[in-house]
Ligand binder design. Structure first.
Ligand code: IMP
Ligand code: ZN
Length: 359
């Protein structure tokens, strides 16, 4: 990239991290179609072709049409080990081919009773598929975050944390709280989050102020009391909560290390789903990317639905916020600070990105 100017930056070959990507939402329509075609040929599905249900150029899913995509379609199609393995491998390969060198996928543990899988077997199958995909694409390292869903009971949420602990040594690095922002009461998850943080080893990330209905004073204060390591979306945030987000944090040995909070910002998702007013140039990325105390990481959220790979998210950032090449590379490098994958992985990524900075 030595002679590369701002205008012709190659965002696919730029080494990137992706830390907010939901597994089921990251499956491409082509991959869903392949799974469907195989099942259809075997007489194993009555579902309609995913290319009909989700036309290739349709990306304008809003909060009302987005969540039913999973509960009424994708979860019925990806409902056995074979389709779960096939789609997980394809998702990791897609990220690798887009130049992602470190991926944190997240998924909500889901039993597949017809296929005889409980939630632990689901997590095991996803991890196995991720390992297989990494063997085929050695440029990428992929870790897993387990999501609690806002509709979970407190016990179900604690079970997700237990699964995360159980699979810690196999590549689970954190827990998330996601799901339909119109549902649930976050206060019910306080004990699960406490359990996740106890003993260290698991990062905590939370979908935060994603919609007006999930941005009440009580909800935002409850979540900030958890002191999450990272926040996703961060849209409907009043100034006094912004101050809590950027307040200094200490961690590490004897609470002596200054830590920054990660902000996982998803431009295309927020624009296509009309979660913000206006288009890309109005996105709050513009407000946050230089703020001290936080580290902004551009992420895709659900590239299978919104259709914008993370290389394109960086292109959009350059186009709409006019970052210089050095600023882009510095921001990409800074994201390493907030991964959940540990110090060794951070060092590997710093080496990769340092090389690129000096190219
Ligand atoms: P999965 O957890 O791998 O099945 O990925 C799909 C699930 O992720 C959906 O059913 C939602 O619960 C969750 N999800 C995906 N995108 C979003 C989002 O933007 N906000 C909240 N939850 C989301
Ligand atoms: Zn998300």
């Amino acid at each position: 990239m030595a002679s590369e100017s701002e205008a012709d930056m190659d965002f696919v070959s730029m080494p990137k991290i992706e830390i907010h990507a939901h597994l089921s939402g990251s499956i491409s329509r082509q991959c869903l179609h392949e799974i469907w075609a195989k099942k259809k040929a075997a007489g194993a599905t009555d579902l309609e072709d995913p290319l009909v249900v989700m036309p290739v150029d349709k990306h304008d899913y809003d909060l009302n049409t987005f969540f039913p995509l999973f509960s009424s379609y994708i979860y019925h199609l990806v409902d056995d080990v074979e389709s779960l393995t096939y789609s997980t491998k394809a998702v990791v390969a897609d990220f690798a081919n887009d130049g992602v060198v470190y991926l944190e996928l997240r998924t909500t543990p889901r039993a597949m009773p017809a296929a005889g899988l409980d939630k632990a077997a689901y997590v095991q199958a996803v991890l196995d598929a991720m390992s297989a995909a990494q063997a085929e694409h050695p440029s990428i390292r992929a870790k897993l975050i387990l999501s609690m869903d806002r509709r979970n009971t407190p016990q179900e949420a604690r079970d997700v944390v237990l699964l995360a602990r159980q699979f810690c040594s196999r590549g689970v690095v954190g827990v998330d709280l996601c799901g339909d922002p119109a549902k649930g009461d976050v206060a019910l998850f306080t004990s699960a989050v406490r359990e996740a943080k106890a003993g260290g080893g698991l990062g905590v990330t939370v979908h935060f102020a994603e919609a007006e209905c999930s941005a009440s004073e009580a909800e935002l204060q409850t979540i900030m009391d958890w002191d999450p390591d990272r926040l996703g979306h961060v849209i409907h945030v009043p100034d006094h909560i912004k101050q809590r987000i950027t307040a200094p944090r200490l961690g590490g040995a004897n609470n002596s290390v200054a830590m920054t909070r990660g902000l996982e910002l998803c431009l295309s998702c927020n624009v296509h789903a009309k979660m913000i007013v206006g288009s890309f140039e109005a996105h709050h990325f513009g407000e946050w990317w230089r703020v001290a105390g936080v580290t902004v990481v551009p992420c895709t959220d659900d590239v299978g639905v919104f259709g914008s790979p993370v290389s394109n998210e960086w292109r959009l950032i350059q186009q709409h916020f006019r970052l210089a090449r050095a600023e882009i590379l510095e921001l990409a490098r800074k994201g390493i600070d907030v991964i959940f994958g540990g110090e060794e992985e951070k060092q590997r990524l710093r080496n990769i990105m340092w090389q690129r900075l000096n190219d």
